[in-house]
Design a binder for this molecule. Structure first.
Ligand code: ZN
Length: 403
């Protein structure tokens, strides 16, 4: 596999300039996080690209210390002695679109470790049509967000594109309204600034948690409200109440499936009938890594693979894509990602199953799989845009199993 690395800075003096260049280099490759990791006798820079961490450079501890000092200045951190865990924020300036970065510094046994998170794809707002989801899913999401009331939930593991999808949905609603639309958001933190929405940052320390913030937003004549995440009983109760009393809401939950999210709402104290009437549906999302178009090749699908992808028997050519890695994809064989999702809605049976405290898999059986992910994932595989391994990684989506 091709090794792609940055040449380390030649001197400690050159470290700040090198740091600025490395951040922009990583941002332009779609990196989400940069780790400045002090190790035994030397330090390394790792970049998370398409979900995986890769080492991009190694250099001396003194270069590392100079870079961390520079990061602290950028992030306006106050502790220069390096004894406290600290947070900061700074803006990126570059040739392409500027973006925001969040900084975290942690004092470790071997010195300070810094992590820079590059927010929401370099600060560029994605359109709904750019996420990569199927036209059928786009139509279902539009239909759900056009209803006058109800809560739309984005679910999935962290880093699966929930925030990006919620922002894209707000943008789409605003675009299609053709008039000013009263859109308000409460987030922790605001990951992307939206020119068309009034956004506030949740700050529980100052008495403005998600629940209190939501009450304030409800007095602002809202037409659409986005709550960054539902993670406590107060927020879930307030969100469901708002959805039941004529408001349109969008939010996300850290749950792997729609059924899990509904069960968590119940565990947070909401009544089953409130959940099934308030929740319009759940968008369960995953990001699939695309095969690098520069080093992609094809091979025949194996008999084993045919067993679990029987649909492939009907393909004109029974081949799948694979890739070895090249300079363009930093040796990984993958370049870029696309969203794959399913749209699931509760039914009257869902409330009864929740009421009876049925296990998650029984709750799942009562849900309507309105738009399954499998057909979209199959076309990605058939068109050699994803590998068989990536197809298998989508297994966490209930609609991917069986056929
Ligand atoms: Zn490649």
């Amino acid at each position: 596999m091709a090794e792609i690395r940055l040449h380390p800075p030649e001197s400690v003096e050159r470290a700040p300039v090198w740091l600025a260049e490395a951040i922009l280099w990583a941002r332009d490759r779609g990196a989400t996080d940069l780790h400045f990791f002090p190790s035994e006798g030397e330090a390394a820079l790792w970049a998370r690209i398409d979900g995986d961490l890769r080492e991009v450079a190694r250099y001396s501890i003194s270069v590392h210390e100079r870079m961390v000092a520079r990061l602290k200045v950028l992030g306006r951190c106050s502790d220069y002695a390096g004894e406290l865990a600290q947070e900061g924020r700074f803006s990126l300036n570059g040739q392409s679109a500027a973006g925001e970065a969040r900084l975290s510094i942690l004092p470790t046994l071997r010195g300070e470790k810094a992590v820079v998170r590059l927010l929401a794809g370099g600060g560029r707002l994605r359109r709904l049509g750019e996420l990569g989801i199927s036209g059928e899913l786009v139509a279902a999401l539009r239909e759900a967000t056009d209803r006058p009331q109800g809560l739309l939930l984005a679910v999935g593991p962290s880093g699966c594109g929930k925030s990006t999808a919620l922002y894209a949905l707000l943008d789409d609603l605003n675009e299609r309204a053709g008039r000013p639309l009263s859109i308000l958001t409460i987030e922790d933190p605001v990951e992307q600034t939206l020119p068309f929405a009034a956004q506030i940052t949740a700050d529980p320390a100052r008495g403005l948690g998600f629940a209190a913030g939501l009450r304030a937003l409800l007095r602002q004549d809202p037409e659409v409200i986005m709550i960054g995440e539902i993670r406590d009983p107060e927020t879930s109760t307030a969100a469901l109440q708002a959805a039941l009393t004529g408001h349109r809401l969008l939010s996300s939950m850290h749950a792997l499936t729609a059924a899990e999210a509904l069960v968590r709402l119940q565990q947070m104290g909401s009544a089953p009938y409130e959940i099934s009437s308030a929740v319009a549906g759940a968008l369960n999302l995953r990001l699939a890594r695309l095969l690098c178009p520069h080093c992609k090749s094809t091979r025949a699908i194996s008999p084993d693979e045919m067993e679990w992808i029987p649909e492939a028997a009907a393909w004109p050519e029974r081949v799948v894509g694979e890739s070895a890695g090249c300079d363009q994809c930093l040796g990984s064989g993958r370049l870029g990602r696309t969203a794959v999702g399913e749209w699931i809605a509760p039914t009257p049976e869902t409330a009864a199953a929740l009421q009876a405290r049925q296990p998650v898999r029984e709750i799942a059986r009562t849900l309507e799989m309105a738009v399954p992910a499998r057909p979209a994932a199959l076309s990605l595989l058939k068109d050699q845009r994803i590998s068989v391994a990536e197809w298998r990684a989508l297994d966490g989506l209930p609609s991917m199993r069986g056929n």
